[in-house]
Structure formats: structure tokens, C-alpha cells
Write a protein that binds this ligand. Structure first.
Ligand code: NDP
Length: 270
């Protein structure tokens, strides 16, 4: 799957570079972080690097954990006139402001998600777009209708919007959560299984059959190593195609921060 991910990344990046040259305004992004969560630092660095490589402006506002209050975040959101994101998780009970769809580059806000339900969204949450890209590349972009997809996890930023996007595309979708009896599920009846739980080992690579596509969204640190939600048994090769962690969904998710910024800038000039 690594080569599939690489091809998607390179193709999308080339498309974005072309698109950027057609815009009359330059693409900008503001990233707001509070405190110094180590994982967030890595994610933010990757986003900034991508913008830097393309010569685009990415402003990084770092706020101190001890002194930042909700009103500071809300003010930044109110004044945003271009794409902005609040890097999660936020400490001390702070919540990311509910951004208007026109600047909501992460696609987590209630306006964007409401638009998604109606099939009128400007952007998809970046991880959802990454997952859709992988399904498109593997199953064919016109083959979503009738595709049988299991989505494990129902968070507001991954599982739920993904399930809605798949429904919009006429896939047959089954949604699972922590109260589902996963042991009783016949996984082999699905064409695609997306696992986004943060629970490493929830499923394992021996459970899947040839022809299936397994998208491992999870990012977990086990014994100092980054691993997904799928456990890979030593010496057992799965017959199914399984996306790698790291270097799978996460790599494309980062690219779609840029992709969404481009879409929002394009929308703002129309
Ligand atoms: P959340 O913690 O917000 O949601 C986890 C979801 O998984 C919940 O719906 C929960 O169910 C469900 N779940 C947890 N344990 C089980 C279980 N044992 N069986 C079935 N369902 C379970 O996580 P996120 O959606 O934000 O992230 C999920 C994972 O994806 C994390 O590892 C995160 O780091 C990773 N991630 C990766 C990204 C990438 O770019 N690759 C981007 C975003 C996230 P319930 O609702 O019942 O509690």
C-alpha cells in the first residue's frame, strides 16, 4: 500500500500546485497551538513544512498553556479572514472555536458538518478526504455506490463525517463504536473496513481476506513505536491491502490541510 499512498500524495500535490497558480490571491494558513503537546508539535511542523516547500504563508501562533483563556481563542476565530485551525488536543478544558465554514480548514465546525449532511460542504475533514482518496485509488473513483464499508469509530472528526460522506456517495455503511460487539461481526462481508479508534489491536491482520481494503486511521504509541489500530502479527502476511502506520492516512491528512486551504481560498474569490 505504501506505493499507492505515494502515488496519491504525488498526484494530489501536483494538482494542488497547478491550482495554486490559477488563484488570484495567495494561499495562507494560520495554525494556533496552546502549550507544547509533543505529538501536536510534530503534526504542526509537518503542515508548516509543506507550506514552506511551496512558498506559501503559514503563520503559527503559539499560546502559553498557563495564561490562555477561551476568550483568546474565540477572538482569533472571530478575526480570521483566511483559513485557520486550532491544533487539537487543547489543554485545560479549552475548546476549538466553532469556525464559519469559509475559514474552517480542518472541517470540524458545525457549519461544515451541517453542509456535509446536506451534501453541500466546501471541504471534508482532512482525514476523511484522505480516506476517500485511498478508497478511490483502490476501488475506483466511480465505484463508491454499492460499496460495502465498515467504519469503526464514530468521532465527530473522523468516523461520523466519513460515514456521512460515504452515505452521500451511496455506499452501504455500517458504523461501529465502543459498545458494538466486534467479535460477532463477519468482517469478510465488507469491501472496505476503516478503523479509527485509537485502540491498538482492536482487529488484527489475520482477520481479513483477499480483495478487501483495510484503512488504518489509528495512531498509537506502543513501546515507543507508532502503530495503528490493526495489530500485525509477526510472520503473518494479510491477504488484504492494509494501509501502513506511519506513512498512510496521516501523510495524506497533512496534505489535505493544504488542499482544504486551497479550496477555501478558491471559494473566497468566487
Ligand atoms: P476519538 O477518541 O475521538 O474516537 C474514538 C472512537 O473509537 C469512538 O467513537 C469510540 O467509540 C471508538 N472506539 C474506541 N474504542 C473502541 C473499541 N474497543 N471498539 C469499537 N470502537 C471503539 O478518536 P478520533 O476519531 O479522534 O481518532 C481515532 C484514532 O485515529 C486515534 O488513534 C487518532 O490518533 C487517530 N487519528 C489519526 C489521524 C490521521 O491523520 N491518521 C487523524 C485523526 C485521528 P465511542 O464513541 O463509543 O466512545
Amino acid at each position: 500500500m505504501k506505493s499507492v499512498i505515494n502515488t496519491i500524495f504525488e498526484t494530489k500535490l501536483a494538482e494542488l500546485k497547478d491550482k495554486i497558480t490559477t488563484l488570484s490571491t495567495s494561499v495562507r494558513l494560520t495554525i494556533v497551538t496552546v502549550g507544547d503537546d509533543p505529538a501536536s508539535k510534530v503534526y504542526v511542523r509537518n503542515k508548516i513544512r509543506l507550506f514552506d516547500e511551496l512558498g506559501l504563508e503559514c503563520q503559527h501562533i503559539t499560546l502559553a498553556e498557563a495564561t490562555t483563556v477561551q476568550a483568546d481563542l474565540d477572538l482569533l476565530a472571530e478575526n480570521a479572514d483566511h483559513p485557520i485551525l486550532f491544533q487539537l488536543p487543547l489543554p485545560n478544558g479549552l475548546v476549538a472555536p466553532d469556525l464559519p465554514a469559509t475559514v474552517d480548514v480542518d472541517g470540524f465546525g458545525s457549519e461544515t458538518l451541517g453542509q456535509l449532511v446536506l451534501g453541500q460542504n466546501l471541504v471534508l475533514p482532512c482525514t476523511v478526504q484522505a480516506t476517500i482518496d485511498i478508497i478511490s485509488a483502490h476501488c475506483g473513483e466511480h465505484n463508491f455506490a454499492g460499496l460495502k464499508v465498515a467504519v469503526v469509530g464514530r468521532s465527530n472528526i473522523v468516523g461520523k463525517p466519513l460515514a456521512i460522506e460515504l452515505i452521500n456517495r451511496q455506499s452501504t455503511v455500517a458504523s461501529f463504536n465502543s459498545r458494538s460487539d466486534l467479535a460477532a461481526v463477519d468482517w469478510n462481508k465488507f469491501d472496505v473496513i476503516v478503523v479509527a479508534t485509537g485502540a491498538h489491536g482492536i482487529l488484527d491482520n489475520s482477520q481479513f481476506i483477499e480483495g478487501q481494503l483495510i484503512i488504518d486511521v489509528g495512531i498509537n504509541r506502543v513501546d515507543g513505536k507508532l502503530v495503528g489500530d490493526i495489530r500485525h502479527h509477526d510472520g503473518i502476511l494479510s491477504a488484504a491491502a492494509i494501509t501502513p502506520v506511519p506513512g498512510g492516512v496521516g501523510r495524506l491528512t497533512c496534505l489535505h490541510v493544504l488542499g482544504n486551504a486551497v479550496k477555501l481560498m478558491e471559494h473566497s474569490q468566487n
